[in-house]
Design a protein around this ligand. Structure first.
Ligand code: TLP
Length: 347
């Protein structure tokens, strides 16, 4: 079956241009720093994000982990939102592998952290306490509905971080969705942070890989940590080649995914028993709730949708995330709406 796969933008397959570039990529041993294609991707990524240097890593999770380990030592503390991907979905790696302690504060519905909450989370210099070292923000914010954080907010957060000697890492897995959403270059959303991870393998369609960007000294440290984590990938240019196409060809078109999310949300509004989350859709994500009057669970409904060729992400007992991406086309949107109508009417 040709699935309409809305579970995530991580499911995207590489484009034809990516497959061609991968086949033709010039390769070398990247652990020796000799893969010309990896080097080209890293230079391009650093340039696009306005940072001195960049490091190709196998995943967003490893990019965030390497960043935390480069910023913090054992027993240090990281301040982040209670809905941050790094807190919820990275298997506790910062604690398990780095002995780094998370201090969570509530994420607001718009993905932000209240500035006074950040201020209050910073520990006094007292031997009873861990040392506050790092603030992590996320843009776009996945669990807050894919919402994008403005430059204005990022500057405010950066100021409170600076005043308290905290470094800032941005989980920018979808930073290009945020940039396209706001009509600004991605560099304008990250010039105030010390480090940023972004993913090539989500809406940008590359099969594998993320990039960690920061100052030259920071990236040298992260390079050593990537090796410790087993992330030295040898002839990785075969993957980086797709990443170059991702950055050169796939950024501006993200606007189509955002338009599709808006169209899909509009269609779903007409389905009895479906409510959009407040503020949804944002960027490429639609979050919905099935009304309790409907005699179904998310599992049950997802199974019925699957019978119609539609795959959705289950995010709660009656809650779904639908993510638009390159492989979701105009003609799929009415099919998805109809599949929901059928699933919820017992049809
Ligand atoms: N997110 C995945 C799942 O892990 C939830 C998804 O389907 O959205 N930061 C953010 C904001 C992310 O959304 C993700 C992946 C990551 C980091 C991790 O990236 P990978 O999967 O490359 O380790």
């Amino acid at each position: 079956m040709n699935w309409i796969d809305l579970r995530s933008d991580t499911v995207t397959l590489p484009t034809e241009n990516m497959r061609t570039a991968m086949g033709r990529a010039q390769l070398g041993d990247d652990v020796y720093g000799e893969d010309p294609t990896v080097n080209r991707l890293q230079a391009l990524a650093a340039e696009r994000l306005g940072k001195e240097a960049a490091l190709f890593v196998p995943s967003g999770t490893m990019g965030n982990l390497a960043a935390v380990l480069a910023h913090c030592g054992r027993g240090d503390e990281v301040i982040m939102g209670n809905l941050a991907h790094t807190y919820l979905y990275e298997a506790g790696g910062i604690s398990a592998l780095g002995g780094v302690h998370p201090f969570t504060i509530p994420n607001q519905a718009d993905g932000t952290l209240i500035i006074s909450d950040i201020q209050r989370a910073v520990r006094a210099d007292d031997p009873h306490f861990p040392r506050s070292k790092l603030l992590i923000l996320e843009n776009t914010h996945n669990r807050c509905g894919g919402v994008s954080l403005s430059r204005h907010y990022m500057l405010e957060a950066a100021q409170v971080a600076r005043e308290n000697s905290l470094a800032i890492h941005l989980d920018g897995a979808r930073i290009f969705n945020a940039a396209v959403d706001q009509g600004v270059p991605a560099s304008a959303l990250v010039d105030m942070v010390d480090s940023v991870t972004f993913c090539l393998s989500k809406g940008l369609c590359a099969p594998v890989g993320s990039v960690l960007c920061g100052s030259r000294g920071f990236i040298e440290e992260a390079h050593r940590i990537r090796k410790q984590l087993g992330g030295g990938m040898r002839q990785a240019g075969v993957l980086a080649a797709a990443g170059i196409v991702a950055l050169e060809e796939m950024v501006d078109r993200l606007v189509e995914d955002h338009q599709h999310a808006a169209q899909l949300a509009e269609g779903l509004r007409s389905v009895e028993g479906v409510s959009l989350d407040k503020g949804s859709p944002n960027t490429n994500m639609v979050y919905i709730e099935i009304d309790s009057s409907m005699n179904t669970s998310a599992q049950d409904c997802a199974a019925k949708l699957k019978n119609e060729g539609v795959l959705v992400g289950i995010t709660g007992p009656r809650h779904f995330r639908l993510v638009c991406h390159y492989w979701i086309k105009d003609e799929h949107l009415p099919q998805v709406v109809q599949a929901f109508k059928n699933a919820l009417s017992g049809g």
